[in-house]
Design a protein around this ligand. Structure first.
Ligand code: OGA
Ligand code: MN
Length: 294
């Protein structure tokens, strides 16, 4: 079987065929997929009927897995999945949809805001891999925005202005935008803001991209309202339809994306239906900027 990548959106999204990613890969296959990720930024696979173990094994072809601790408000005893699987479903351990007022559900609604996964961690994520186990009949698309194309389209003055800017990212900010503000002292500590460059350079391609995320709460050295107004403006620019792709899920699709060069968000759906989505996250290998001492 030969791996074929068909372009879905020019230079941004590729559809992969000719490979069964539920089975161990050869080194050459893993390298071909990583090269595909560098060329595009989002790869789509269909008909990959993963177990959690197979999904974790496939993901580890691209680096170490992130532990989900520190990225949610789910208590250890409530967890449905392995600590290396992010549960982005709308169900609890009993496999039933979470109640309307359930704190875990309200927290997960933050995924409807444009973001880059784990930008709230000092060493942010490399790839995310999202597997659709149960899909809904309507809504629930995941949209992706190309932050390289968005950067390229900025005028030179804006590029110069943002080149060395540093932002503070935290789950407190993204959830705060939705009015989810009640956090325990332990959660506040867990969600302490981290610093990230606003302009990143991809380690392999050398392309620059805008490193935006709804986790951003301010720009270091700027008054907060001015920073937020500017970040909103950049986000509006970066998420114009010409930079985006919408994925309509089929059961057993896997979509993987490079968090260094993209943002994504999920769209609304009927939450009385089960939407079982499971994400593995490949950890990054370095900070984007020096952090404040703890
Ligand atoms: C994620 C995420 C979107 C979705 O897995 O990181 O934001 O479609 N999920 O559930
Ligand atoms: Mn996400």
């Amino acid at each position: 079987m030969n791996i074929t990548i068909t372009e879905l959106t020019p230079g941004f999204v590729g559809d992969v065929s000719g490979i069964d990613i539920t089975q161990p890969l050869t080194g050459a296959q893993a390298a071909a997929l990583e090269a595909g990720m560098d060329r595009y930024a989002v790869l789509v696979y269909h008909g990959q009927r993963f177990t959690d173990e197979q999904q974790m094994a496939f993901s580890q072809n691209f680096g170490a897995l992130e532990n989900t601790a520190g990225g949610n408000v789910t208590k250890a005893a409530e967890r449905r999945l392995n600590p290396h699987m992010a549960d982005v479903s709308n169900v609890g351990a009993d496999q039933q949809p979470l109640g309307r007022e359930d704190r875990r559900r309200l927290f997960n609604l933050g995924n409807q805001l444009w973001h880059s996964d784990s930008s709230f961690r000092a060493i942010p994520a490399k790839y995310s891999l999202l597997s659709a186990r149960t899909v809904v009949s309507k809504g629930g698309n995941t949209e992706f925005a190309d932050m390289r194309a968005a950067y390229d389209a900025l005028d030179d003055a804006t590029k110069a202005e943002i080149e060395d800017l540093v932002c503070e990212h935290s789950l407190i900010y993204s959830r705060g935008t939705l009015g989810f503000t009640e956090l325990s002292d332990e959660e506040k500590k867990m969600f302490t803001p981290v610093r990230q460059r606003l302009v990143r350079t991809h380690p392999v391609t050398g392309r620059k991209s805008l490193y935006l995320s709804s986790h951003i709460g301010t720009i270091v050295g700027w008054p907060m309202p001015e920073a937020r107004a500017f970040i909103r403006d950049l986000t509006e620019h970066a998420t114009q339809p010409r930079f985006t792709y919408a994925h309509k899920w089929q059961q057993y699709d896997l979509v993987m994306w490079d968090n260094r060069t993209t943002m994504h968000r999920v769209r609304r759906f009927d939450e009385s239906q089960v939407r079982d989505m499971r994400r593995t996250t490949v950890a990054g290998d370095s900070v984007t900027v020096e952090q404040l001492a703890a």
